[in-house]
Design a protein around this ligand. Sequence first.
Ligand SMILES: NC(=O)c1ccc[n+]([C@@H]2O[C@H](COP(=O)([O-])OP(=O)(O)OC[C@H]3O[C@@H](n4cnc5c(N)ncnc54)[C@H](OP(=O)(O)O)[C@@H]3O)[C@@H](O)[C@H]2O)c1
Length: 286
Amino acid sequence: MKPLQGKNIAIIGSGNMAGAMIGALLRKNELSPDQIRASDPYPEQQKIIAAKYGVSVTGDNREVVKSADIVILSVKPQVLPSVLSELKGKISPSSLVFSIVAGMPISTIQKGLSHKAVIRSMPNTPAQISAGMTVWTGSEEVSESQKSEARVILKAMGNELYVEQEDFLNMATAVSGTGPTYVFLLAEALVDAAVHLGFSRRDARMIVLETIRGSVEFALQSELHLAQLRNMVTSPGGTSAEAIYQLEKGGMRTILSKAVWAAYQKSQLLGKKAQEPPDSPLKVEN
Ligand SMILES: NC(=O)c1ccc[n+]([C@@H]2O[C@H](COP(=O)([O-])OP(=O)(O)OC[C@H]3O[C@@H](n4cnc5c(N)ncnc54)[C@H](OP(=O)(O)O)[C@@H]3O)[C@@H](O)[C@H]2O)c1
């Protein structure tokens, strides 16, 4: 029997990520539309999601969580406090609450809902095409069968990694959650460099994105260390050696390491801020 067979899923907040999740779960036949009930305050968005996926969508969060086995929280972090107070005590104690809300600690959700079994996950934007990487963990009250159900939901959106400690979620926010921005910035810089050389922007985009795609697929299929793969294309006195010399001289590794560390600190800070009164003076160290 499939883990989600016969389960009712409620989705609070029917935006981009919710649409990506519903689409992926239906595409992979893990759920049928009648197992999903979603909510959104904007009537136009309710119609769009209902028409696109054939699921029922309403503006009433409390109505949606009634008889739900899994409640997915998919609203923006700033909206979450009001959603938590609205749903406090309304979710069955045997249900699983599954949050994809960035930076929101499990304890905040447990306290806000008066609910014990909570999963916190950090997906990334490629989840929208089922090529995401999600890191997740759960409170100790989450059962093994609920973990299996969560895994099915996450696998529909790409790859997943379970971690034991919640701070790894902040680390993942800095590496995989923020990761697509690093890759897009790198790609954008390479496209500009190729245009500088004389390629049209269209050709430059294709050359750069295909080079990134091919290199990633090559690395995933290879058993070799990334440095060995790089050394294979770095001939003595050649073009790669010249380019790498300039990248190292410019501090590329240090800059990346500093960027990831700063994003990690910011993620920790936002999590702490979520537990503070609204006008807390916490600031990020640069
Ligand atoms: N996008 C990503 O790649 C990504 C990655 C990792 C984590 N996340 C997390 O995923 C969550 C959702 O992100 P998203 O990109 O899908 O955002 P989004 O497109 O803005 O979706 C959120 C939806 O929630 C609706 N909403 C607002 N107030 C609500 C309420 N009180 N009750 C129910 N629904 C309400 C919004 O409606 P209105 O538009 O009418 O306000 C919107 O349709 C965020 O917490 C984000 O941190 C996203």
